[in-house]
Design a binder for this molecule. Structure first.
Ligand code: GLU
Length: 487
C-alpha cells in the first residue's frame, strides 16, 4: 500500500500574511485533499525577535477565512505536537545531544570577529565564504575546559566534504549542490535557540511529512536540510518549490504593486472562494482553459505535476473578474453583508441601521451589483446617492445637457415626478414613455439628460430604479440644480 501523503504549511509569524504564503498553504491543502492525505499547520517562531502572537493569530484567522482547514497542527492538535516550535525546544535539544555525542555536530567557540576575519579572507581569494571547520578539531579536553569557563558557543553540524547533494524537485527538476559550499553551518545559536533549517528538518521528520511544498526562496535552504536529514538518519521527503509571484511588471510582488497581504484583500471586500480560485491558478495550470473553479473542482484536479516552473504573475484584473463572478452568485442579503462595512466606513450607512435603512441599503446594493466587482467598490457606486456637489463627469456627459430638447425633458420629468402619488421604480418607469410621446423625442433624449442631471454620469443601473432609490425630494432638487428647468 502506498504511503499516506502528509504535507504541511509552516509559517513564521513575523508580519502580515502574504498572498504568497496563502498560495503555499492552499497548494499543500489541495495536495492533501486530492490524495486523501493529511494537512498539518505548524508555527515556526524560533526567530523570537520578529515573531508575534498577533501575526500568528492573523495567519490562522486568514487560513480559516479562506477555508483552508488543517487536519493536525496548531490549535487543533494531533499526534505529533506541540505544533509551535518554541514549545518543542526540548525535542531539538535531545537531537542536538545525540549529534554531539556521535561527533556529527560540534561546539564552536569562534568569536564574531574571528569569523568576520575568516570570511573577509575567503572573499578576498574569491571563494564562497564557509566556516573553516576550525573548532571541529578542538581536543575534547579543550572543549570541556571552554564550556566550564562559560565561553559563549554555537553548535555546528559537520557537513561531509566533497559530496553532491541532490534534490529531485517535483517542480524544479533535478537540482544539485556542492556540499563544500554548504560548510559546517550553525544549528544552535549562542542563545541556545536552534535555527530554522534545523528545526524544520526535525519537525518534518517527526510529523512524517512526505512532501515539502513551499516557496522557491527556500530552495537554497534545501541542501542544508538534506545534510541534516542524513546526519539525523531521517528519510528525506519529496520537495516541491513553487515559483515566485511577480507583479504585472514582472518584478517580485511587493508592496509597490498594491495589496500583498490576505488581510488587505479581505478588508477590500474580496470573497474567500474567489481568492482561493485565483490563488489556485497562480502557478498551477489546469488541463483546460477553465478559469472558474469551485473548491471541490480544485481539489479534484490539482496535481503538482501541473505546477509551473515559471514565475506566476499576479493579475489584479483577473482577480477582480473572478471575484465579480462570485459576487454575482450572492443574493441581496449576502451582497449587503459584503458591502455594508464599506458603506459604514464611508459614512453612507449607520452603524446600527434600522429595518427601513437596511431595506433601502439592500435595494441599493442590489441595484448596483453590476458595478461592484468587490465590496469596497460599492462606495464609488453608491456615491451618487450621497454627494450633492457633483458635476457631469466629462465633456461628453456635459454635452448631453446641452441638447436642445434637454430643458423641456427635464422640466416635464420634474413636473410628472412631483405629481406622482408614490415614487417607486414601477411608478417612475411609465414617465419616460410619457415624455417621449409628449415631447416627440427619442428615448435616448429622455433617458440621457435625466440620468446626467440626476447622477452626473451616463451609465448605471436602470434609471427608474435610481430615481426610486434616490427619492423624490433629492431628484427634484438635482433637476433644479441643473439650472435647465424652464419654469
Ligand atoms: N517558516 C518558513 C517561512 O515562513 C517556512 C519554511 C518551510 O516551509 O520549510 O518561510
Amino acid at each position: 500500500m502506498s504511503q499516506e501523503v502528509r504535507v504541511r504549511f509552516a509559517p513564521s509569524p513575523t508580519g502580515p500574511f502574504h498572498i504568497g504564503g496563502a498560495r503555499s498553504a492552499l497548494f499543500n491543502y489541495l495536495v492533501a485533499k486530492h490524495t486523501g492525505g493529511k494537512f498539518v499547520v505548524r508555527i515556526e517562531d524560533t526567530d523570537r525577535k520578529r515573531s508575534t502572537s498577533e501575526s500568528e493569530e492573523n495567519i490562522k484567522e486568514a487560513l480559516k477565512w479562506l477555508g483552508i482547514n488543517w487536519d493536525e497542527g496548531i490549535d487543533v492538535g494531533g499526534p505529533d505536537g506541540p505544533y509551535r516550535q518554541t514549545e518543542r525546544l526540548e525535542i531539538y535539544k535531545k537531537y542536538t545531544e545525540k549529534l554531539l555525542a556521535e561527533g556529527k555536530a560540534y561546539y564552536c567557540f569562534c568569536t564574531p570577529e574571528e569569523l568576520e576575519a575568516e570570511k573577509e579572507e575567503q572573499l578576498k581569494k574569491g571563494e564562497t565564504p564557509v566556516y573553516s571547520g576550525k573548532c571541529s578539531h578542538l581536543p575534547k579536553e579543550t572543549v570541556e575546559q571552554y564550556l566550564k569557563e562559560g565561553r559563549p558557543y554555537v553548535i555546528r553540524i559537520a557537513t561531509p566534504k566533497n559530496e553532491t547533494l541532490e534534490v529531485d524537485d517535483l517542480v524544479r527538476g533535478h537540482v544539485t549542490f556542492d556540499s563544500n559550499k554548504v560548510g559546517d553551518f550553525v544549528i544552535v545559536k549562542s542563545d541556545g535557540i536552534p535555527v530554522y533549517n534545523y528545526c524544520v528538518v526535525i519537525d518534518d521528520a517527526l510529523m512524517h511529512i512526505t512532501h515539502v511544498i513551499r516557496a522557491e526562496e527556500h530552495l537554497s535552504n534545501t541542501p542544508r536540510q538534506i545534510v541534516l536529514y542524513h546526519a539525523l538518519g531521517f528519510d528525506v521527503p519529496k520537495f516541491a518549490h513553487v515559483s515566485l509571484i511577480l507583479g504585472a511588471d514582472k518584478k517580485k510582488m511587493s508592496k509597490r504593486h498594491g495589496a500583498t497581504s490576505v488581510q488587505q484583500y479581505r478588508d477590500a471586500g474580496y470573497l474567500p472562494d474567489a481568492l482561493v480560485n485565483f490563488l489556485g491558478l497562480l502557478g498551477w495550470t489546469p488541463n483546460s482553459d477553465q478559469e472558474i473553479f469551485s473548491r471541490d473542482e480544485l481539489i479534484q484536479q490539482f496535481t503538482l505535476d501541473r505546477v509551473a516552473k515559471n514565475p506566476a504573475v499576479f493579475d489584479i484584473e483577473k482577480l477582480n473578474w473572478i471575484n465579480f463572478h462570485y459576487m454575482k452568485q450572492l443574493d441581496a442579503d449576502q451582497l449587503l453583508a459584503v458591502c455594508l462595512p464599506h458603506l459604514q466606513q464611508a459614512g453612507y450607512a449607520s452603524q446600527n441601521p434600522d429595518a427601513a435603512e437596511m431595506q433601502w441599503l439592500k435595494d441599493m446594493v442590489w441595484a448596483m451589483r453590476e458595478h461592484v466587482q468587490y465590496g469596497a467598490q460599492i462606495v464609488d457606486a453608491a456615491k451618487v446617492f450621497f454627494t450633492d456637489d457633483f458635476a457631469p463627469e466629462n465633456e461628453e456627459t456635459a454635452a448631453v445637457l446641452q441638447e436642445e430638447t434637454a430643458p423641456a425633458v427635464l422640466t416635464m420629468f420634474h413636473d410628472e415626478l412631483a405629481a406622482l402619488d408614490e415614487v417607486t421604480a414601477d411608478t417612475v418607469q411609465p414617465l419616460f414613455k410619457k415624455i417621449q410621446k409628449g415631447l416627440k423625442v427619442k428615448g435616448k433624449f429622455v433617458y440621457m439628460p435625466i440620468r446626467v442631471a440626476v447622477t452626473g454620469v451616463m451609465h448605471g443601473p436602470d434609471l427608474n430604479v435610481i430615481v426610486a432609490l434616490m427619492g423624490r425630494e433629492k431628484v427634484l432638487a438635482r433637476l433644479q440644480q441643473s439650472g435647465l428647468l424652464t419654469k
